[in-house]
Design a protein around this ligand. Structure first.
Ligand SMILES: *Cc1c(COP(=O)(O)O)cnc(C)c1O
Length: 229
């Protein structure tokens, strides 16, 4: 599957790795301590394959249906893949999501938390969960608003007993992302949640400086996406 037409992916990947290392060093953080979730959404398996062949194992997809079409074969070929769901999850897709994903980054409402708890009990599979926080209070965006976050995090832990590991945010497109990263980091500290998933192609060095443990990077690795997606 790997061929020269996708050589740009590995070049991009090396550039991202060195930019992350530079940001880690600048922030006084251990080089290699921040993990990169390579976001392959809209890109065909043939474009993801070179990164897997180079040894990378951490990937993200934003749609259950697309991931279900692409990833079972890739997971079978490359043991040790860790696949993150980074897009909104409908309750009618919870069964499929729990079966396929290793981390669900977008837990954002009680109905979804309840459905995840039920499916985890039924299937015995317990993918790690992150709570998505709508730090920009954007009405069109998923995520729990910051003023409801404390209560929702406690509900996920205490009522639903979800394997809650961290928090995720997508700052507003035009805003300075740093206050949003700091808001997420403060919430993580308050709840002793070790994982902060924040930082995308346009702003990941700032996310590293603000304490991100996981960056979700698509365009800078795989190039521009086709119009839909
Ligand atoms: C697409 C996507 C990304 C990656 O965005 P890029 O700007 O292409 O790096 C990160 N997080 C989420 C939730 C996404 O949907």
């Amino acid at each position: 599957m790997t061929d020269d037409s996708h050589a740009d992916v590995l070049d991009n990947w090396r550039q991202v790795q060195s930019a992350v290392a530079e940001a880690e060093a600048a922030a006084g953080r251990a080089v290699g301590s921040v993990r990169v979730v390579a976001v392959g959404k809209t890109h065909p398996a043939a474009r993801i394959h070179p990164l897997l062949a180079a040894g990378h194992r951490l990937f993200g997809e934003n749609r259950v249906q697309e991931a279900a079409a692409k990833w079972p074969a890739l997971k079978a070929e490359f043991p040790g893949v860790e696949l993150h769901l980074i897009g909104p999850l409908q309750t009618n897709k919870v069964r499929e999501a729990v079966a396929l994903f290793d981390v669900i980054e977008t837990v954002d409402r009680p109905k979804l938390a309840a459905a995840l708890a039920e499916e985890m009990a039924r299937s015995g599979r317990r993918p790690a969960c992150y709570v998505e926080v709508n730090t920009g209070l954007e009405p069109q965006k998923a995520g729990v608003v910051p003023s409801d976050a404390d209560a929702f995090i406690e509900e996920c832990r205490d009522r639903w007993c979800l394997p809650l590991r961290g928090l995720m945010c997508i700052p507003p497109a035009e805003a300075d992302p740093v206050p949003h990263f700091r808001c997420l980091a403060e919430l993580g500290r308050r709840h002793a949640l070790p994982v902060l998933s924040m930082g995308m192609s346009a702003d990941y060095p700032a996310a590293v400086a603000a304490g991100a443990t996981h960056l979700r990077i698509g365009t800078a690795i795989f190039g521009r996406r086709p119009a839909i997606g």
